[in-house]
Ligand binder design. Structure first.
Ligand code: PMV
Length: 342
């Protein structure tokens, strides 16, 4: 387990992944979103980073060890990132860094780790900046730096629910950094996310390629209107505790995201037959049980079942049946309070 040790110039953070309810899909300029998005910050799917910093350096990453092994591709990605932020975090050019990192979820789980990894790394950087520079550690700055690393990472530094992007129905929202959505009904305070691992393979088309395909997408302007409408309805549903409207937007967003992939040029498919089969099972079970359990899907084949903690026991029964029938595994996660210093 990594730990901060100020006597050795070492700072360590744990930061979580997040799951989007209204999806960010498509961007412009310097990592600015095409539409406003909202996500739930998770609690157990986390990345841990320990960053050791050396004064009188040149902005170099000396080494990056991920789960005990040197990772040259990841190191090069973080180096490119550091080189790109001199205008907003100029101090990094005067230090060198060595990094250790690990994930709390299995590498083969098919869960994207860039949001948790980038936000953990950036929390370490912001903490170091607060000690060696004149900036105090604040989440807006951390979120902005995380956005420049990986768009959706900007929401992972925000506790509970993070909103990223301008929207007339949410005045605090802005394209530069994510902010907290706090005005939700208490029925949304304790939420679970059971991640059904349908396929563990790394996805065939990256999110960056998917965002790029939105530039000339025939449904681009329709998607912007749809996302804006969905955002408004979902936020209002969470404010008043209306699970039915919430669930209907949640599932529409998941299928729309994959619909955009299906209709991109070139088109591609990330869903697997079992993703659809389990959705059908969920719908039948929900119709019978009348419980507020809804799915969402990220840019991959795995399903996230989102529901209030109060119905956890019943969902466990449903998942037992799903696991047996489809030979899938499940990672249990829940709403979380954001990054923590280790
Ligand atoms: O942050 P990126 O560039 O990996 O994009 C992620 C986009 C989705 O996960 C599909 C949706 C979202 O809002 O998180």
């Amino acid at each position: 387990m990594f730990k901060s040790d100020l006597t050795k110039n070492r700072i360590a953070y744990s930061a979580p992944s997040n799951i989007a309810f209204v999806k960010y899909w498509g961007k412009h300029g310097r990592q600015l979103p095409m539409n406003a998005s909202i996500s739930m910050t998770l609690s157990r799917c986390c990345s841990h980073f320990q960053v050791q910093y050396y004064p009188q350096g040149q902005g170099r990453i000396k080494s990056l060890i991920f789960e005990g092994q040197e990772q040259t591709a990841f190191k090069a990605r973080l180096q490119n990132y550091l080189d790109s932020i001199h205008d907003v975090a100029g101090w990094v050019a005067e230090y060198d860094f060595s990094i250790h990192s690990e994930n709390t979820f299995p590498h083969s789980a098919g869960i994207a780790s860039s949001a948790s990894a980038m936000s953990a790394f950036i929390m370490c950087l912001c903490h170091i900046e607060s000690m060696v520079g004149d900036k105090t550690l604040d989440l807006e700055h951390a979120s902005l730096l995380a956005r420049l690393a990986s768009g959706s990472a900007c929401r992972s530094v925000i506790p509970h629910y993070g909103v990223w992007g301008e929207h007339t129905g949410f005045p605090a929202g802005n394209d530069q950094f994510a902010v907290a959505f706090e005005d939700f009904d208490t029925s949304f305070a304790q939420m679970n996310d059971d991640i059904v691992i349908v396929d563990q393979a790394e996805k065939s088309v990256s999110s960056s390629a998917g965002h790029a395909l939105m530039n000339a997408h025939p449904y681009r302007s329709g998607r912007i209107d749809q996302a804006n409408d969905n955002f408004r309805v979902l936020i209002n549903a969470m404010k008043v505790g209306d699970f039915e409207s919430f669930g209907s937007v949640l599932e529409n967003e998941a299928l729309s995201l994959h619909g955009l992939m299906l209709s991109s040029d070139p088109s591609y498919i990330l869903l697997k037959p079992n993703s659809l089969a389990i959705i059908e099972e969920l719908k039948i079970w929900r119709h019978q049980s009348k419980l507020p359990v809804y799915f969402t899907i990220d840019a991959g084949p795995n399903l996230h079942l989102i529901y209030p903690k109060s119905v956890k026991e019943s969902v466990a029964g449903f998942l037992k049946q799903v696991k047996e029938q489809f030979s899938v595994s499940v990672i249990h996660d829940e709403i979380g309070s954001g990054p923590k210093q280790l």
